[in-house]
Design a protein around this ligand. Structure first.
Ligand code: HEC
Ligand code: HEC
Length: 323
């Protein structure tokens, strides 16, 4: 009896100490620092490049679909021009993440960041202080030219002084930050420039490196974001951030004759669907920004999606009520 008690006592002390070490490690690793190169990107005042950046920001790259203030939600979701002053929030199991202010305000915006620091955030997922960026933004393989265009446009935004409380994460979130979150960077060497045309090659660049069709229409692990499903076969579940209580499941957009959503659609039907904007209220797909895409971009995307591997996977319901 005495022996058992002693074992339990020591067992308890060891477990307790391990738990304490774990908690200490979680807190100590909150500012875990990563290294990444600074891209050689400098903002330009060339008007054509700024116009290209503006189109990307309010169109295919849908920066406006996340970096808006809560009060501007209706306008932002409809693709109308809004100030990119941030504050929109994502409520996740591990806490609340808010989008930062992208205007050139020195104190609350990105006015104090150097071009290369902004470029490193977007390409390598590393903040200037070395912390990893949560991987919300799929722009790691943006060409040097497009990254320059985007940053050049951001530099033209008038400063708006709005402070955003960026992260409010719980203990689970802190453990995730300590042990799971790593910066996500490019696959291979990003291209120096990709010229826009209606080919499926350009469509591939839009779908993978700018519009993030692949990131939502492929099933992923909720905790780590790792891809676990076949590309474009849908089935990834996401709660609506705009209308709480709705859970969305992405449709299969591969060209499978029986289960592929767009299999029966002609190129004209596809382009027309994007012109209509959001049809299911609360949809997380940035239909408002995508409405601003050019016909050329939409055709390129359609052509690329027709060329991907068909996957037979039936998605019955794209939206459900949850409690
Ligand atoms: C799906 C939502 C989403 C989209 C789309 C998006 N962002 Fe972000 N962005 C975020 C979130 C969330 C953060 C904060 C991440 C964190 O805290 O780790 C962020 C952070 C940033 C930062 C860091 C700012 C700072 O002060 O640290 C920059 C710069 C940025 N985004 C620029 C852009 C640009 C440019 C685009 C479009 C090309 C864009 N974002 C599109 C959600 C988004
Ligand atoms: C943030 C996640 C997200 C992104 C990014 C996204 N989608 Fe979607 N998509 C969804 C969800 C959720 C639905 C189902 C709800 C709906 O129809 O709005 C959907 C629906 C669709 C539909 C079916 C529309 C209909 O009328 O039935 C098509 C086609 C589609 N997406 C294509 C694309 C393409 C092409 C891209 C990239 C240009 C893209 N999606 C990017 C989440 C996303």
């Amino acid at each position: 009896m005495e022996g058992l008690k002693r074992v339990l006592k020591w067992g308890g002390i060891i477990l307790g100490s391990l738990l304490l070490l774990f908690v200490i490690a979680v807190y100590a690793l909150q500012s875990k620092s990563f290294d990444a190169p600074y891209p050689k990107i400098t903002a330009s005042t060339d008007s054509a490049l700024i116009a290209r950046g503006k189109h990307l920001v309010y169109g295919p790259a849908h920066c406006n679909g996340c970096h808006f203030a809560k009060d501007d939600m209706a306008k932002a979701l409809n693709g109308e021009p809004v100030e990119l002053k941030g504050g929109f929030e994502f409520v996740l199991p591990f806490g609340v993440i808010r989008t930062p202010n992208l205007t050139s305000d020195n104190e609350t915006g990105i006015g104090g960041l150097r071009d290369a620091e902004i470029a490193r955030i977007l390409r390598y997922g590393v903040f200037p202080d070395g912390r990893a960026v949560f991987d919300f933004m799929p722009f790691h393989n943006l060409s040097d030219e497009d990254l320059t265009a985007v940053i050049s446009y951001l530099r033209t935004l008038s400063p708006v002084n709005q402070k955003v409380v960026r992260r409010e994460i719980n203990f689970l979130g802190k453990a995730v930050v300590a042990f799971l979150i790593k910066p996500v960077g490019p696959m291979g060497e990003p291209p120096s420039s990709v010229s826009p045309d209606s080919t499926s090659a350009y469509g591939k660049y839009l779908v993978h490196s700018i519009a993030n069709c692949v990131g939502c229409h492929t099933n992923r692990d909720m905790m780590t974001g790792a891809f676990i499903g076949e590309p474009f076969a849908g089935g990834f579940q996401m709660p609506s951030d705009a209308v709480p209580g709705l859970m969305f499941t992405t449709p299969n957009i591969t060209p499978d004759p029986e289960t592929g959503k767009i299999f029966p659609w002609t190129e004209e039907v596809f382009v027309h669907r994007f012109r209509q904007g959001v049809q299911i209220v609360g949809s997380p797909m940035p239909w408002g920004s995508f409405k601003n895409m050019t016909g050329l971009e939409l055709k390129a995307i359609y052509r690329y999606l027709r060329s991907v591997e068909p996957v037979h996977k039936k998605i019955d319901q794209v939206v459900q009520k949850i409690e």
